[in-house]
Design a protein around this ligand. Structure first.
Ligand SMILES: O=C(O)[C@H]1NCC[C@@H]1O
Length: 365
């Protein structure tokens, strides 16, 4: 049988969020940076993302990562991140999944008890420290690109919800943070509130994008809020002597992140630091809707353009779940997979075009 596509994929999840890793079957693409490579893949080879993430091979609640040679000589490996609606510059759960796969399959040498890895991503270099024991990656801590706040208590008028105060921050992607009590819900039960949280999150996201369009000062193609996080206030867990909170992160195409969301954790740290609620060096625990945990820590402060910023670190665990070969039969009627409205929201029209336009303008300087 001759297949049109054959990909070797490692199934992985990080604190519940699936981030499979493509380790062979895709050749390198041109690009001075991984962001260039991301745009190249998105514009010329997006069929891979569609094939892997759309049904029948994929589902709305998953992501997939693509291992490619790095551009930066300081990096041990490069990887690009595919999500349901877009290729994204950076992702916490996907970084943890990718490092777990690279180390536990020997693609990168594992040192015990600690392995240092430098990854080249579309958001730049990411330094990783993995705690390893008996061939297992026990935890992965990544130091993310700088995170910063665009605005605190930004008024946003949302249909049916009146005017909400949202915090807007960047942590590898753009986030809007809303106190879940402001929408009259609680985070205790994802069976009871999950669908409602997603519907409200998508409504808030649409309103925020219509009323505010933050642009990353160092990359104009990184623009606009794409995820909404419903938050609860920080409390202190006396048994763990640590600040703790829970969140529900609504990601595209309209579903809950199964992990606490690493980039969202980074952006939240920028907000907590700006509000004087988290200090440099202080750790805190961010829980997901299924009570899995990321531990966040502010490494140091910095600047991004005119913005006061922090360098965040996030730690979590990943587990390999499968080794699979994904193929495309040339007679398959769905070479880019398909979607059905019971599990997918409407396509996010204009997102790709907006990113490409900004990228082209940015390249033209
Ligand atoms: O942890 C994160 O940052 C990712 N989780 C799924 C969506 C985000 O990219």
């Amino acid at each position: 049988m001759r297949f049109s596509r054959k990909l070797d994929v490692i199934g992985v999840h990080a604190e519940g969020e699936v981030g499979d890793v493509v380790v062979s079957g895709v050749l390198d693409v041109p690009g001075e940076t991984m962001y260039d490579k991301m745009i190249h893949m998105w514009s010329t080879n997006d069929q891979i993302r569609q094939l892997l993430l759309n049904e029948p091979r994929g589902r709305s609640s998953m992501c997939t990562n693509l291992i490619l040679p790095p551009c930066n000589p300081k990096a041990d490996a490069g990887f690009l991140i595919m999500e349901s609606e877009e290729w994204v510059p950076m992702s916490g759960s996907n970084t943890i999944c990718t490092v777990t796969a690279l180390l536990e399959t020997g693609m990168l040498k594992m040192d015990e008890p600690e392995t240092k890895v430098v990854l080249d991503t579309a958001a730049g270099l990411v330094t990783v420290t993995a705690s390893c024991e008996n061939g297992k990656c026990k935890s992965v801590e990544f130091e993310n690109a700088p995170s910063f706040v665009f605005g605190l208590d930004v008024p946003v008028t949302v249909p049916g919800l009146g005017t909400l105060k949202v915090d807007i921050a960047y942590g590898g992607m753009m986030f809007a943070f809303v106190d879940v009590s402001a929408v009259g819900l609680r985070l205790e039960d994802h069976y009871e509130n999950g669908t409602k949280l997603v519907e409200l999150g998508e409504r808030v996201k649409k309103a925020v994008r219509e009323q505010s369009m933050p642009v990353h000062p160092e990359n104009a193609a990184i623009r606009g809020v794409t995820n909404v996080v419903f938050t609860t206030p920080l409390t202190t867990d006396p048994l763990r002597d640590c600040k703790v909170t829970k969140n529900a992160t609504v990601v595209m195409p309209g579903r809950l992140d199964r992990s606490p969301c690493g980039t969202g954790t980074c952006a939240r740290m920028a907000v907590l630091h700006a509000r004087g609620l988290l200090s440099v060096g202080e750790s805190w625990i961010n829980k997901s809707m299924i009570d899995t945990e990321f531990t966040g820590r502010i490494v140091r402060t910095t600047k991004v353009g005119e913005y006061d910023a922090i360098v965040p670190a996030v730690k979590g665990r990943g587990w390999i779940t499968s080794f699979k070969q994904v193929v495309l039969d040339p007679e398959d009627p769905f070479p880019e997979g398909f979607r059905v409205g019971d599990a997918w929201g409407p396509p996010n029209l204009g997102l790709k075009e907006g990113v490409f336009r900004a990228y082209k303008e940015g390249r033209q300087g």
